[in-house]
Design a protein around this ligand. Structure first.
Ligand code: GLA
Ligand code: GLA
Length: 688
């Protein structure tokens, strides 16, 4: 990744990078007769499409028989696109191996936790650790790189596709071998591993490395340390595949930027993308809207995290949907305005490219009911009209490209390992979910009307005024020290229940909860008190509690009780505490219960009395608008995303450069229901 402020490694002769917003989709012409390709490029031009991801699932047609290449059709597509001014993010095509490979080498097929083989007939039926698969994938990667190295349409490489989407957890013998190597690398000796996995428990002590297996289906609860290391290993194993393809491309086409599409979203939680960022020239991400009331904020949350994984630098939205997907239980279409709103919200969080899965909705295959830019109904359709409209708006937003997400004063920490571990079985409760809890606090901040950065836990917290770390369950000593240092330097920390409880091996910190954070927070919890599904509790503030409460048995003399439990066994016990720490005016707040979003907002509002970062932004119109800001050489661009189904009037100065909004008689900006208005506030006024 580029480390300086202004350059991207993804600029290749100006073909990809600042200057114009990228717009396009996955393009799968192999699903259609050639006549259709002509109509495709005509309509792509009409929509303003300037880039497509090509060849993602083409292996079986590019190498119909072992070692026999058929690049002719792809040559024609590349030429056709280039002739029409459309650039190509060319896939290495390794995501879905052809049937002949599985027939010849069934040992590439992944195995699930209970030993079930995942057969061909779908996609991604390969073991990330299979040396046989790896060799074939690299052969294809090299052949494509050599063939298209100098093709004028090629502007970026798309390595595999959504690595680990379906095959992240493979429990095969290949995986077992690779897992042992990974463990030897991490622990060097077996005694160390036995110690941190706590193998004295249930007679699990290992005497030889080759006794260790992936945590396959077992009679009952599996070893938590083994599970966590297997999750880390699996994330790394798929990254190794990325690195292997990357190395071939770097050798053959060193000047062409490389990426792979992340899934920084709720669908796949088990990849630690913060550790992948240095392996791509630019971050790209896929996101699919969650239907329902929280969907918009959920999109904003993940786009926000993606922008911060990318270090504030622009990134590439590789896939989202124009309307419905096909893989949830119920797949409603997008509501009017949502197609443009979703795209512009991603742009606000730093996307300089807006792409979809996929260009033309498939006629056959498992994704035939998944929306595309060009639906089954054809170009005379609501979706295609919206697609053309968005293309126009993205042209108007060219000025925004190259600018960065403007840093907020509040950080919401997102920790992949706390996500994995807090959701483990054999816990006090299955109910609290890390992604739900973090989203709840994000929404409470938006409700209050303040801006926040969702940041990976490894982010340097210096410079933030307030850090929220909900359900920060896994706290190694180094993280404890960082958070303590942050508060001692004058920062404010808010954390919630079940935080600080375990170390990096999922071993409990002793002496009472919240373990590693106990002395920073100045409290001791002796017992968790999770609640049954239909149970409800209350706090002195009126907040409703469900799912989780805790008995705070002791507080230090300098700890203030902000709220207590009302009723039930915990009646009168402290529920929310705050300790002012250090001479620099910092504080550490603990919320021991799962409180609702309204109560979270009220708490933040009250904390705002001495945390200026919690002062609502007038542009947020009382929480109706999600205010997202990018800044760059050309100016400051404020994205005002209407969170409601009604018009919202905002007293926003500046030029309206895109979006669904108008100025009213009083010169207020009226943002349409579910609309996003983009305002350039100080264009050309910032120092160069
Ligand atoms: C993922 C894949 C695409 C497609 C979409 C459907 O993002 O990368 O190939 O399957 O899901 O939503
Ligand atoms: C059974 C087992 C014990 C222990 C308890 C836990 O009784 O015999 O080893 O696992 O369950 O409830």
């Amino acid at each position: 990744m580029a480390t300086d402020d202004t350059t991207y490694r993804w600029v290749k002769d100006g073909a990809l990078g600042p200057g114009r917003m990228r717009y396009g989709a996955d393009y799968n012409p192999e699903q259609w007769p050639r006549e259709v390709w002509q109509e495709d490029v005509r309509l792509m031009r009409e929509a303003g499409v300037n880039i497509v991801s090509l060849g993602i699932f083409s292996w079986a047609l590019l190498e119909p028989r072992p070692g026999e290449w058929d690049f002719g059709w792809l040559d024609d597509v590349m030429d056709l696109l280039h002739a029409n001014g459309i650039d190509v993010d060319l896939a290495t095509a390794t995501a879905s191996p052809p049937p002949w490979l599985a027939k010849r080498h069934p040992e590439i097929l992944p195995q699930t936790i209970d030993g079930t083989t995942l057969w061909p007939g779908s996609r991604q039926h390969w073991r990330p650790t299979s040396p046989v698969f790896r060799a074939h994938a690299l052969r294809l990667t090299r052949a494509l790189a050599e063939r298209y190295a100098d093709h004028p349409a090629l502007v970026a490489w798309h390595i595999s596709n959504e690595l680990g989407c379906h095959n992240l957890y493979d429990f095969s013998d290949d995986a077992a071998r690779a897992f042992r190597v990974w463990l030897q690398d991490r622990y060097a000796d077996l005694d160390a591993l036995n110690e941190v996995w706590g193998t004295a428990f249930w007679s699990q002590h290992y005497g030889e490395w080759d006794e260790i297996l992936p945590p396959r289906a077992a009679p009952t609860q599996r070893n938590p340390g083994q599970q966590l290391d297997f999750e880390r290993f699996s994330s790394d194993a798929v990254r190794d595949h990325l690195r292997a393809e990357n190395a071939v491309l770097a050798e053959v086409t060193p000047g062409v930027p490389r990426t792979t599409n992340f899934m920084v979203a709720q669908n796949v939680r088990d990849i630690d993308y913060a550790s992948w960022v240095d392996d791509v020239d630019f971050v790209s991400n896929d996101h699919y809207l969650r239907p329902g009331e929280q969907g918009r904020d959920d999109l904003s949350f993940w786009a926000n995290l993606t922008g911060n994984l990318s270090g504030g630098r622009p990134w590439f939205l590789m896939e989202h949907a124009t309307s419905a997907v096909n893989w949830r239980a119920v797949n409603p279409p997008k509501r009017p305005g949502e197609l443009v709103r979703d795209a512009l919200t991603h742009v606000g969080h730093g996307a300089d490219a807006v792409c979809y899965f996929q260009w033309r909705q498939s006629r056959a295959g498992g994704e035939r009911y998944h929306s595309g830019m060009l639906p089954h109904a054809g170009a005379d359709s609501r979706v295609f009209r919206d697609v053309v409209d968005l293309g126009t708006q993205l042209r108007d937003l060219a000025v925004v490209t190259g600018s960065r997400r403007e840093r907020a004063r509040i950080a919401l920490v997102f920790d992949y390992e706390s996500w994995w571990v807090s959701g483990r079985d054999s816990h006090p409760s299955e109910s609290p979910a890390y992604d739900v809890e973090t989203l709840r606090w994000y929404r409470a901040l938006l409700d209050l009307g303040v801006r926040v950065d969702v940041v990976p836990v490894s982010t340097d917290l210096d410079g933030y005024e307030l850090v929220l770390a909900p359900l920060l369950h896994v706290v190694p000593a180094a993280l404890r020290d960082r958070l303590t240092g942050f508060v001692e330097a004058g920062g404010h920390l808010v954390t919630t229940f079940f935080s600080g409880v375990v170390d990096e091996h999922d071993r409990v910190w002793l002496g009472g909860y919240p373990g590693a954070l106990r002395s920073l927070l100045g409290i001791t919890v002796e017992e968790f008190a999770p609640m049954l599904p239909d149970e409800r509790g209350a706090l002195s503030t009126g907040a409703e509690v469900r799912d989780w409460s805790e008995r705070i048995a002791r507080i230090e003399p300098d700890v203030e009780v902000v709220a207590s439990y009302r009723g039930g066994d915990l009646d009168g016990a402290p529920a929310i505490t705050r300790r002012r720490a250090g001479l620099a005016g910092g504080s550490a707040t603990y919320v021991s219960a799962a409180i609702d979003r309204r109560a979270a907002k009220e708490l933040l509002h009250d904390l705002g009395r001495d945390i200026p970062a919690l002062t609502p932004d007038p542009l947020a119109a009382g929480g109706s608008v999600d205010v997202i800001v990018r800044t760059g050489r050309g100016g400051r661009y404020v994205f005002l995303a209407n969170r409601t189904d009604d018009e919202v009037a905002v007293a926003a100065a500046g030029d309206l450069i895109a979006g669904a909004a108008r100025r009213d008689r009083d010169d207020a900006l009226v943002v349409a229901p579910r609309g996003v208005a983009v305002v350039a506030q100080t264009r050309d006024a910032l120092p160069a």
